[in-house]
Design a protein around this ligand. Sequence first.
Ligand code: GRF
Length: 203
Amino acid sequence: SKIVVLISGGGTNLQAIIDACTDSNYPAEIVGVISNKADAYGLTRAKNSDITAVALSHKDFASREDYDQALIKEIDCFDADLIVLAGFMRILTPSFVQHFQGKLLNIHPSLLPKYQGLNTHQRAIDAGDDVHGVSVHFVTEELDGGPVILQAKVPVFEGDTSDDLAARVHEQEHRIYPLVVKWFAEKRLNMQDEHAVLDGNIL
Ligand code: GRF
């Protein structure tokens, strides 16, 4: 399977998938990485691994709709089977989501449906949660609302800062995202009627 990865920042999840792809048994390859920020370190990670890296700045477009149309064009050039959002900090328009229906994955640093949106680690701490985590889900038009595929939990310890917790969650992100991408590439995973289905079972 051909994957395009969308990023806005450091790209440690991108790196985890790049690393997974170096295994000759891994069923997917990253054909392109696109960032809405030209200085995203993830673009350097892509180039270091000889992957085509594209900066497409949202600031060069008058509207969200215009940007997303340009992004669709760019992604379509890669003829990708799957689009992986890995720290892509943009809300996507309905027409974008519809264009790639069932082919869009996102990773969100909370145990969805808890803590949609930003600052998830601090919110978990402030709520006094003793368990926090990360979710990989299909993208639908509802922000952070698509069907969850896989979650990993981490403990929250007393005195944890948001950074402590983020680091603990990141380790799990790097474990579960390549796994979900593998399932998709093996055609074991798809979205049916806004349900995530793995090996014929609704998750
Ligand atoms: C991750 O925490 C991910 O869950 C969130 O954005 C962050 C991206 O980190 N959506 P990185 O750029 O992959 O290091």
